[in-house]
Design a protein around this ligand. Structure first.
Ligand code: GTP
Ligand code: MG
Length: 472
């Protein structure tokens, strides 16, 4: 956008309670913009927000109060018209704005019209569940007389009771043929692109900056998606690599299992929080993850064998039930323990070079410690849940008020990628992470390494939604 160019100014107008403020929330990805409520007359004043491209404002959006009484206002405008004098639409509105009633009975409407006159165009938000009534036609006639392009934005389009056809017909009769469907709670993935394309047709002077905005929205979407997959890959590597050591008796293993579970749950919660933040949602948008996960609500418990089965994950024979559920005796420890006796014999025989050389972990093994790590099934569930959450966040408008609920039971249809996480071979990246305890940021001995970063990136690629076999 050239420096001298002013941002495009859009007034968001319409009947009261149609979702104007909601539209601003969704377009700005800001769930705290303004006030949204089920009752009409929520927005009382004009409030603005900006859409930026490369740090500069491309569009200024203005939320306005709802129009309530279009019929009475049109009557009043007719009264104001001096007999025998012809004035055009914008002039008529200007005269109204100078009249005393614009500060009294029609104060709300005056704020709307004042803003629309100042702006380049208006987005006329329609609740398509409403029958088309006289009040709508009159308010539209008044708004259209401001002399600026109006783009109708049809909201609540996902609702079964919608009256799309009659709204399209009414709008067409008023000369409004460019129309966009945009559900502010669950917008189509290309909803914003459609909106900016249609606006560019109506406002060719601003076509270049609208195109820049559209491309920017698409780029941001891709970047968010890539970041989300990286966050999930980080979680999986942290979980796969984590080992907790324990003495090989039952009580100690049980305590170690609790430690492991707690660490993994906390790590999953951190991933959820990071995803919510990356998509500009708040923790109350997904309250399930802040509740205690143990005990009765085993539907959300990562380590409950039933929770895994419900999602359709096969719980292998190796997965211990009961006290050690979700934890698995580390294969590396088990393999080494065969040689433990020999090594101990060597140490006693004076061949032992000291603990440092073999490291503390090895010393632990020599003393008969064992190590546990999370079961494969738990890694699968972690991946599936976070992929599902990402999908839900991508489909959610920032006006949505209902909390997110994940639907990942065995019966729900899944993308090939998710199906593969459920039952395919685990990716090699995770098998490698299992043998690198220092790759877990949860471990005391965590060390960043280029190999770990590569593994995270290639795992993130395998997580890409919609792609197939993860074991490739
Ligand atoms: N299901 C669904 N509900 C929506 C949608 N858009 C808005 N709502 C709800 O509709 C109600 C009104 O939304 P607002 O955004 O406050 O409407 P408004 O036009 O700004 O209302 P006023 O400021 O009072 O004129 C709220 O309860 C929203 O949550 C939508 O696309 N789908
Ligand atoms: Mg409002």
């Amino acid at each position: 956008m050239p420096d001298h160019e002013q941002p495009l100014r859009l007034a968001v107008v319409g009947h009261t309670n149609t979702g104007k403020t909601s539209l601003l929330r969704t377009l700005t990805r800001n769930p705290s913009f303004g006030q949204v409520d089920d009752s009409p007359g929520t927005t009382r004043h004009v409030e603005g927000a900006r859409l930026l491209v490369d740090g500069a404002a491309a569009v200024e959006l203005y939320d306005t109060p709802g129009m309530e009484d279009g019929i009475a206002l049109l009557d009043y405008l007719d009264q104001l018209a001096a007999p025998g004098m012809r004035v055009d639409g914008p002039e008529r509105i200007r005269r109204f704005l100078e009249s005393p009633e614009s500060r009294r009975r029609f104060e709300q409407e005056a704020r709307v019209l004042h803003k629309l006159l100042e702006c380049d165009a208006g987005l006329y938000v329609v609740d398509v569940r409403d029958p088309v009534l006289g009040k709508h036609k009159d308010e539209l006639a008044i708004l259209a007389s401001c002399g600026h392009p109006l783009l109708p934005v049809l909201n609540f389009t996902r609702n079964p009771d919608q009256r799309l056809a009659s709204w399209r017909e009414t709008l067409g009769r008023l000369g409004l043929h460019a129309i966009v469907e945009f559900d502010t709670i669950a917008p189509a993935l290309d909803g914003e692109a459609q909106l900016y394309d249609k606006l560019a047709l109506l406002l060719d002077k601003h076509a270049a900056s609208l195109l820049a905005l559209k491309n920017n929205v698409a780029r941001q979407r891709e970047e968010r998606h890539a970041d989300a997959l990286r966050l999930i890959a980080e979680l999986l590597v942290d979980a796969a690599a984590l080992r907790v050591s324990s003495l090989p008796d039952n009580d100690a293993l049980q305590t170690a299992t609790l430690t492991l579970r707690r660490a993994i749950r906390k790590r999953e919660a951190a991933c959820v929080a990071a995803l919510l933040k990356r998509y500009n949602f708040r923790s109350q948008d997904f309250p399930a993850h802040t509740l205690p996960l143990e005990g009765e609500r085993w539907g959300m418990d990562l380590f409950h064998p039933q929770a895994l089965k419900d999602v359709g994950i096969q719980v292998g024979k190796g997965m211990a039930a009961g006290a050690m559920a979700g934890a698995t005796l580390d294969a590396f420890t088990a393999g080494l323990s065969l040689g433990t006796a020999t090594l101990l014999g060597a140490a006693a025989g004076g061949l032992w070079q000291g603990a440092d050389k073999l490291g503390k972990r090895m010393l632990g093994r020599l003393k008969g410690y064992q190590e546990i790590s999370v079961d494969d099934a738990v890694l699968r569930l972690l991946a599936l849940r976070q992929l599902d959450l990402t999908e839900a966040l991508e489909a959610r408008g920032h006006a949505a008020q209902k909390p997110i609920e994940l639907d990942i039971d065995a019966a729900s249809p899944q993308s090939p990628s998710k199906e593969s996480w459920r039952s395919g071979k685990l990716p090699d990246e995770l098998l490698e992470a299992r043998s690198q305890p220092e790759w877990s940021t949860l471990a005391e001995g965590y060390r960043a390494s280029p190999r770990r970063s590569d593994i995270v990136l290639s795992l993130a690629r395998k997580l890409a939604l919609g792609s197939g076999d993860i074991a490739r």
